[in-house]
Each structure stands twice: as structure tokens, then as C-alpha cells.
Design a protein around this ligand. Sequence first.
Ligand code: GLP
Length: 239
Amino acid sequence: MQVIICESPEQVGSRAADIIEVRVRQGPAVLGLATGSSPSGTYRELIRRHREEQLSFSDATAFTLDEYAGLPLDHDQSYHSTIRREFVDHVDLPLSRLLTPHGDAEDLRAEAVRYDEAIREAGGVDIQILGIGANGHIGFNEPTSSLNSRTRVKTLAGATRSDNARFFPGGEVPQLCLTQGLGTIREAHQAVLVALGANKAGAVRAMVEGPVSAFCPASVLQLHPRAVVVLDPEAASQL
Ligand code: GLP
């Protein structure tokens, strides 16, 4: 695991964007996209490079990491809508090649299997962008998730529901979600995890310096041959 400590959140976005840009310029890339505030600076920087430096995503395909159960794709807070708002609608990645799990599928288990197979059929993810939850989750793989898990239905941890309650003013955060498993994420050829702020420092320490353990799902990246962790000083403060 390579750890890069930057001087500011802006530098984190730019450094992570550098790594993604290299892969995108090599030819048709399968991108793994994460939602959440951590990668938003990275997306902003990629959008800027698309507009100002001819970085094109027209040959790329994108798979999102996870989705709330029960929300239609076009729901304001679905991760499908979020990733469109934050990134996809601002670049030339064709919408038909933005693939997300359908949280409103009638049979969620079958949907999870279908999604996992779709990733495999696309040849796997070339570069997976990740954030980390304050409890060490990646995607929605909460603590105690199996290190070999595949895309599946999960119950959200209480801590994650409280962290995300701000996005559902006046409404309930869904209880269930679909998420790529830790085994699925580990198969990405390259992974770039971005973490910002002091409230991630404990999770970052557990991920980088702790044992590989289901209690800190992100620690599975220690087993990944090409994982890069990009941090601001606060997120790195307990290393
Ligand atoms: C969310 C997402 C994760 C994300 C994490 C951290 O619940 N499912 O993919 O990495 O929590 O979010 P943030 O970056 O906003 O702190």
C-alpha cells in the first residue's frame, strides 16, 4: 500500500486525479466511482482537466460502488443521481456506460448477483476510487464484512446512518443497501483511496497500520498489489 500525504485537501484531489488521468489517457478504462464528500475534490479536478486539458472519458465505462435500497435511480439522494451530479454529467462519459446497482429492483439479491457479473463481464474495474467511512467502511462494507464478500445486500450500521442523515432532511436514511463486496473491490486492478479530515484519522490508522481485519474493512487494501492512499494532514495525523 502506497501512502501519499499531501499538504491540503486541494492537493489530495489533484494527486488522486493525476493517478486516474494516467489510466484514462492509456485507452478505454473501466472506472469504479465512489460517492461521498471525500472524492468530490478529485471529481472537480477531473472535470477541470476535461474542460481545459482535453481529458476525455468518451471511451470509459463506470461502475458505482454502492446504492441505497428502496430508492429509484432518479431519486435525488440515490448514488446514481449523486454521481451524475458530482461527475458524470460534467464530462463526456456516455450515460449508457454509467452502471449502477438498481436499489429499487424487486429482487435485490438477484440484482446484486447481476451487478457483480456485469463488472466481471466488463473485464473488471481498472481503477477504483474509494473514500473511507469513520468506522473504516469502504463502499457500504461495514465492520465485520467478510474480506472475500461479493456484491450483496447489507444492513447499514447505525453510525453510517447517522453520518448520512444530513442528506435526508425530514426523511429516514434507508436501512438497507447494495454494495460491491470487499472481494469484488479487491479485484480492481488499481485502487485509489482518498481521506480528508480529522474524523477519518482513526480509521486511516487502522487501515494502514492495523491488522488486516474485518473490523476495519478498508484494511483489506493492505493485500492489494496496487493500492494508493491519498491523505490530507488531518487524516494522516494518527499515522
Ligand atoms: C458513504 C459511502 C462510502 C463513502 C463513505 C464516506 O456512506 N457509502 O462510499 O466512502 O461513506 O463518506 P464521506 O466521504 O462523505 O465521508
